[in-house]
Structure formats: C-alpha cells, structure tokens
Write a protein that binds this ligand. Structure first.
Ligand SMILES: Cc1cc2nc3c(=O)[nH]c(=O)nc-3n(C[C@H](O)[C@H](O)[C@H](O)COP(=O)(O)OP(=O)(O)OC[C@H]3O[C@@H](n4cnc5c(N)ncnc54)[C@H](O)[C@@H]3O)c2cc1C
Ligand code: SF4
Length: 330
C-alpha cells in the first residue's frame, strides 16, 4: 500500500476542507474502510491523504414532516436494526439486513455503502487498465461479463452498481446532502448516480472530489405499499445477482403510481418505467405482478455471458410486487 497522510476532522466542515488538496495530489474520505482499504492494498486507489468520516453524524432522526434523516456515519447494522426505520421504510431495512455478512454490516457505513466502487473484476485487478482507470477499452465486452449489466448497456463501462442501499433509497425518493468547501447542496438519490459516458466514466456519481455525503433524507412515506426482493447466488458473503424495490402509492387495491427500481443489473439503480406504467391504474394482484415483471425486462440488453440475469431480474420484480401485495412469493 502506498503511504498516506491521515486526517481526523472534528466536523463535516473540517472534513470537506481536508479533502481539498493541491493539483496532482489526491484525498479520499474513509468510512468503515472495507472497500477503500481493499482497493488501496491492490493499488487500485492510491490517495495521498485519507480523511476519516466515521466521526461524523451517526444518528437517525425523525424529521418535522414525518420522514427520516440518516447520518452518513450510521453503520449498516444500526440502520438494519432501527425500529422506526423498519416501520416507515421496511424495504430499506430489509436491504440493509441482507448486505454481505454481520461483520460487513457492523463495519460498513451508510455513506461508504452508497459510494463504494464497482466490483467488476477487471476494475479490481491492477493489470487491467480499462476505461474506468483511464484506459481505452472495456475488457468486459469481449471478456468475462456474467456479473455485468443487462440494462443501460450503451457503455463505455458495463458495471453494475454495487450498493444494496441505493436501490430502496431511490425507490423511496430519498435525497443526499453533500458538503464541500463551497457549502452544501441536496441532490435527489435518483439524480446522484450517473450512467457512464466518455466524460464521466471514471466515476459513478455526481459527488465532487472535495465533497462528502453527510446525510440521507427520506420523505414521509404516506399511503404506500412496498416490497423488496433479492436473488443471490449465495445467501451470505456476496452481492445480489438482481434485486428490486417497489414502492406503490395505493387507492384502495388500485395502484395509483409505482416506483420500480432494480439493482445489480445496471451501472445505476435502474428505474423501470415500463414496469411502472404496467402497474399504474391496475389492481394489485399476481397477474399484474407478472405483467409488470415482463414489462421490466422488455428493455434488457444482456451481454454475451449474462442472458441468465434477465430471468432473475424478472423474478425479482415479480416477487417484490407480490410481497407488496401481501401474496406468497414461492
Ligand atoms: C464479501 C462481501 C460481500 C458484500 N456484499 C454486499 C452486499 O450484498 N450489498 C452491498 O451493498 N455491499 C456489499 N458489500 C460491500 C460493503 O457493504 C461495502 O464495502 C461497505 O458498505 C462500504 O462501506 P464502508 O463504510 O466500509 O466504506 P469505505 O470503504 O470506507 O468507503 C467506500 C467508498 O466510499 C467513499 N466514502 C466513504 N464515506 C463517504 C462519505 N461519507 N461521503 C462520500 N464518500 C464516502 C470512500 O472514499 C470510498 O471510495 C460486500 C462486501 C464484501 C467484502
Ligand atoms: S465494465 Fe467498466 S470497470 Fe469493468 S472493465 Fe469495463 S470499463 Fe472497466
């Protein structure tokens, strides 16, 4: 690992100031370190300075309008076990409870989880200098792409976004508070994550190099039904192959409007407009769930090695809707 300086700021202002470094130098925020330290050991990340952000806000508070404000230093386990979060946003708690392993959930922070870098094995291997590391090709296109994207596949990168928390956060309409030397701003979770193009391919979101994510705010849930379903190769110690959160605004048993967000299938948490259109105005039952699941995969463009993920994504969407309807999923 390359030697680095360590800064332990007292507050978010100091943290943002410590991230501002001279040209040619680099600094990164350090949460639980599970992603970042692994990348540093493999020379995928070589920052000159680490800024500890674990000392920032670790609280979860109810907002005056009945939503929640979650500090970015809250651990995943504290989120998963928070009773009020579970009551208001059950899909978020479910996603948090299924992340990795108990050890990962105890160490990992909300801010670190949302900002973790892709798991593409070419990205994680020092030898492969792909687009994401300043190179001129994507090795997954003609290589091993069984865990890569099936939606949003126009390139130049074909990663799947690795954060499990990001999926329910987009579905619930969360916003992220970002703080930098110039002040603070709030960005809807849906606009935070970016599809790759040749200008932005080295990043996965709109966070500037000298900004930190300090809080996640969730709007009051209102009259909704939710479901969350993950399909995993292994039940623990791995990322999902596909996952879906659905948030349905109801009028009796009729779906008034829907948010259907898929994870582990696209470079961003993938909002499925066809599935949402298939649900709107329809009764919430098994038949509607099947039609919406079919609509969700209608826009899939799998790569050579991941056609199997289309069926998995279809199943995740259908079962998340069945769950929201209170129906058995198997
Ligand atoms: C075996 C295994 C299985 C896993 N399974 C899952 C899974 O199912 N689902 C899932 O979501 N994840 C999974 N993970 C990943 C794990 O959850 C993440 O690595 C962890 O949540 C990252 O949090 P951290 O606090 O340790 O982040 P760090 O490693 O500290 O940081 C991650 C990145 O975010 C940046 N960062 C940290 N905090 C902030 C902040 N406040 N503002 C801006 N940037 C910040 C850092 O600079 C770094 O680039 C798994 C990991 C392993 C090893
Ligand atoms: S999918 Fe993205 S990270 Fe993986 S090799 Fe291609 S450009 Fe690199």
């Amino acid at each position: 690992m390359k030697a680095f300086a360590y800064v332990n700021p007292a507050n978010e202002k100091e943290a943002a100031a410590a991230l501002k470094v001279a040209a040619g130098s680099s600094a990164l925020p350090l949460g639980g370190g599970q992603d970042l330290l692994a990348r540093m050991k493999d020379y995928i990340a070589t920052p000159d300075r680490l800024v500890n952000v674990k000392g920032l806000d670790r609280t979860i508070a109810v907002t005056p309008n009945g939503g929640l404000r979650i500090g970015s230093a809250v651990t995943i386990v504290d989120l998963a076990e928070h009773a009020e979060t579970g009551r208001l946003y059950p899909a978020l708690v479910k996603a948090a409870g299924e992340v990795g392993t108990p050890q990962i959930r105890h160490q990992g922070t909300v801010g670190g989880n949302i900002n973790q870098r892709p798991r593409c094995w070419y990205f994680r291997n020092e030898e492969f200098v792909c687009f994401k590391k300043g190179g001129s090709r994507c090795f997954a296109v003609t290589g091993e792409n069984q865990y890569h994207s099936i939606f949003g596949n126009d390139g130049p990168s074909h990663i799947v976004h690795p954060s499990s928390l990001a999926v329910p956060l987009v579905a619930y309409g969360a916003a992220f508070r970002l703080v930098g030397p110039a002040g603070e701003r709030e960005v809807p979770a849906a606009d935070y994550f970016t599809l790759p193009n040749m200008r932005n391919v080295r990043k996965e979101n709109v966070l500037a190099d000298d900004e930190i994510l300090t809080h996640v705010t969730l709007p009051a849930p209102g009259s909704i039904k939710t479901g969350h379903y993950e399909v995993r190769y292994k039940q623990s110690h791995d990322w999902p192959l596909a996952m879906t959160t659905v948030v349905l605004t109801m009028n009796g048993n009729i779906v008034q409007s829907a948010r259907v967000v898929l994870g582990a299938v696209a470079p961003v948490p993938w909002r499925s407009r066809p599935a949402e259109a298939a649900l709107a105005g329809k009764p919430l039952n098994a038949e509607t769930a099947a039609v919406a699941a079919e609509a969700a995969v209608s826009e899939a463009k799998p790569m050579s090695g991941n056609v199997y993920k289309v069926q998995i994504a279809r199943t995740a969407v259908k079962r998340a809707i069945m769950q929201a309807a209170g129906l058995a999923t198997v």
